[in-house]
Structures are given as structure tokens and as C-alpha cells.
Write a protein that binds this ligand. Structure first.
Ligand SMILES: Cc1cc2nc3c(=O)[nH]c(=O)nc-3n(C[C@H](O)[C@H](O)[C@H](O)COP(=O)(O)O)c2cc1C
Length: 377
């Protein structure tokens, strides 16, 4: 069984990820992981935090000479500004916060978390609810993408909409790198999207948007129609909806097809068993159908506004405005990388469940035999 857990606070000593169940012999290097973390950090619309948020990686367990050993992989991503927060987040008894955060921010975990965990201070809630946690998921996402690459599967996330501005098509990886390297570059609506971010920033507001994730090379039959919790579409939905601020998921062209008739909704089957279209986004009956898997996710505009929203002061019971914590204007580009990691993870879990194997060569052989069977019949 492939699984992962994360721990760590936004301003704590570091983030910890344990990935259990990876087959032995899979490539896993600190440099490769650093590349994934850097992709997540970048993107137009992210604030000064990202310059501070350098990621210092330490591989603690499960890797030898750049390859997985089959033992649990443990990685620590150290927080380079932890020293500044040492007193505020001290694990030793007797510490005191400098200031209580008593004016919870609408759209965040602050108030429900304070109610649930019975605290008058939002700090312990927001430290864990912060999307900084998604950096820890990059460890699992990186491992998953290496596993999938070894099986001939690629997963790519890209931005398709920022606020009301749409890309005429999803940017490719190369284009996205160009966009990130040079904010003035125009790639299919990218400039309009960046201008929308500039406008929101000037208005002291925030933006959300939509990202897409496409997985190519997945054979038919991943997931299953036989039980609700084995359906691949359900698993993909859960994985994407677990990303902070993602509030909607679309498999294929779900929302467009919902508006039309069945004759314009389905993908007719050719004699070679390929589809004449891919409106289903590569999933039918809870299983991959051999076409590219296409999922989209809607991200709400970020909740921390430089123009704070109305709230209650839980200390006094009076009306107030929400406290401000350093924040981005738009994080859809970063979320597209997190989405890519979560989709890759979901597919890697499905592969390992279906094919098993203690070494990557075992898994490769089994997948190759299965692909050969599909081709034969
Ligand atoms: C990559 C990424 C970066 C984020 N950055 C911010 C941010 O800078 N400011 C903010 O208010 N929310 C940010 N969020 C969203 C919040 O973490 C999220 O809205 C909040 O935890 C409440 O969870 P919910 O929106 O899922 O209900 C980010 C989300 C992601 C995926």
C-alpha cells in the first residue's frame, strides 16, 4: 500500500513527509525534489513570502545512492526563517504568544478551528491550515511522478484561468516556464492573466482561477467500477479537493456536457478501441479508458485580503476587521503544481494497488505484460 503523511507548521522548524510503500530502485534525489519545490514556489502573483520560503531539504530515510530502498522515505524541509518564530511556536512549556490573533479571517480555517480546538488564538490553527503544507506534499508528488515516468506516464498541470481571464488553451510546461521567467511574455492569454493579477494587487484584492491537470500514457483499467471507494474519478476528486482553496473539480468536459444532449456528451469508440473525442476526460465507469486523463479544478480567490473583511473579535465579542498575515495575490500557478502532484499521487497509488511489486522493475514488468494483453485483444 502506498501512503503518505505530512507534519509541520507554516513557521515551524520544518515540514516532515513520510512516504511509505514505494518500490525499491526508484530514482529519488534531493536535486530532483528541489526542482519540484521550486516549481511550486514560483508563479506570477506570489508575494515576498516566496523569496523567504527557500526550501532546505534533508533526506532522512529510505534512499541510498539516489534510489529508493523499499523502506519508508522520510524527508524534512527546513524552514529557513524558523529562528524568527522560535519563541512564538516554542514547544517547551511556559511560553506565551506575543499577541493573540482574535479576529479570524473569513474564508480561512481560523474561526471553525478556534471553535473546534477551543482556543482564543488563531495562531495554532492557521499555522497548520496554511498552504505551506502543500510543499510537504511535493515529496510524495515527486516520488509519484518518478514512479509514473518509469511506467511511461506523464502528468502536467497548467493554469487555464485567472479571475475572469482565460488562456486560449492550457500552457505547456515549456510555456509555463517562460511565463514564470518573464512576466512580460505573452503566451496565449498569459499576459491578460498577469495584468488581472496586477490590477487585483493595486486594488488590494485577490484572485482565484482554474487549473488543469493532464495525465498521458495511462492504460485503460486503473480504478474500478466495482466499489464506490475504488472509482478513479472519486479518488481524483478527493485528492484535488484536499488542496486548500480548491472548491470545484471537473472531470473532462463535465460542466459543458451537462448543458447539452447525450449525443454531444459521449466519446464514440473506434475499431482500434480508441475514442473519437475525449469529453469524458479519460475516465468511464470509475476506470481510466486509455485516453488522456483530464481534470480541472476551481480555486477560490485567496482569503487574506490587504483590504480586510469584517469579522468578530472573539476576545471582546465586538465587530472588527480580520487580522492580516503576509499573503499572496493569486496562487493558481502554484496550485496547478500541487494539483499535478496530487493527481500523480492518486495515479501512482492506483498503479501500485493494481500491479503491486517490491521493486520498480517488478512493477514495470507487470505493467508491460498488462499493456501487451490490452494490445492483443
Ligand atoms: C499553493 C497555495 C497557496 C496559497 N496561498 C495563500 C495565501 O497566500 N493567502 C491566503 O489567504 N490563502 C492562500 N491559500 C489558500 C488557503 O490556504 C485556504 O483558502 C485556507 O487554508 C482555507 O481553506 P479552504 O479555502 O480550503 O476552505 C493558498 C492555497 C494554495 C493551494
Amino acid at each position: 500500500m502506498l501512503r503518505f503523511l505530512t507534519a509541520g507548521e507554516s513557521h515551524g522548524v520544518g515540514l516532515v513527509t513520510i512516504v511509505d510503500g514505494l518500490p525499491a530502485g526508484l530514482r529519488f534525489t534531493a536535486d530532483g525534489l528541489a526542482g519540484e519545490l521550486a516549481r511550486r514556489r514560483q508563479g506570477y502573483g506570489r508575494g515576498p513570502r516566496m523569496r523567504i520560503e527557500r526550501d532546505e531539504i534533508e533526506i532522512i530515510a529510505g534512499i541510498r545512492f539516489g534510489l529508493t530502498t523499499g523502506a519508508p522515505v522520510a524527508v524534512v524541509i527546513r524552514n529557513t526563517e524558523a529562528e524568527r518564530w522560535k519563541d512564538e511556536l516554542d514547544p517547551a512549556p511556559g511560553g506565551r504568544p506575543k499577541r493573540l490573533l482574535t479576529t479570524p479571517r473569513p474564508g480561512h480555517a481560523d474561526l471553525p478551528g478556534m471553535q473546534k480546538y477551543d482556543t482564543g488564538d488563531a495562531r495554532p490553527i492557521l499555522e497548520r491550515a496554511s498552504a505551506r503544507e502543500t510543499a510537504a506534499r511535493a515529496v510524495a508528488g515527486y516520488a509519484a511522478e518518478e514512479l509514473l515516468a518509469a511506467l511511461g506516464v506523464s502528468v502536467v498541470g497548467s493554469v487555464v484561468q485567472i479571475g475572469g481571464e482565460t488562456a486560449s488553451r492550457a500552457a505547456t510546461v515549456a510555456e509555463r516556464e517562460l511565463i514564470e521567467a518573464s512576466p512580460t511574455r505573452s503566451v496565449d492569454g498569459a499576459e491578460a492573466m498577469m495584468m488581472a493579477i496586477d490590477r487585483a494587487k493595486a486594488d488590494r484584492d485577490t484572485l482565484g482561477g482554474i487549473f488543469a491537470v493532464v495525465a498521458e500514457g495511462v492504460p485503460a483499467g486503473l480504478g474500478s467500477h466495482t466499489q464506490w471507494d475504488r472509482r478513479l474519478d472519486g479518488l481524483l476528486g478527493r485528492a484535488l479537493l484536499s488542496i486548500p482553496a480548491v472548491k470545484g473539480v471537473e472531470i473532462g468536459d463535465a460542466f459543458a456536457t451537462a448543458a447539452g444532449p447525450g449525443s454531444a456528451a459521449h466519446d464514440e469508440i473506434d475499431t482500434d478501441r480508441r475514442r473519437l473525442s475525449n469529453r469524458a476526460g479519460g475516465v468511464e465507469g470509475g476506470m481510466s479508458n486509455g485516453e488522456p486523463i483530464v481534470v480541472k479544478a476551481a480555486m477560490k480567490p485567496l482569503s487574506t485580503l490587504m483590504r480586510p473583511l469584517r469579522t468578530v473579535d472573539v476576545a471582546t465579542g465586538g465587530a472588527d476587521v480580520a487580522f492580516r498575515e503576509r499573503s499572496d495575490v493569486c496562487a493558481v500557478p502554484a496550485a496547478s503544481v500541487v494539483g499535478e502532484h496530487m493527481v500523480a499521487w492518486t495515479l501512482a497509488v492506483a498503479f501500485v494497488e493494481m500491479f503491486g511489486g517490491d521493486t520498480i522493475t517488478d512493477v514495470q514488468e507487470r505493467v508491460a505484460a498488462y499493456r501487451a494483453r490490452l494490445d492483443e485483444r
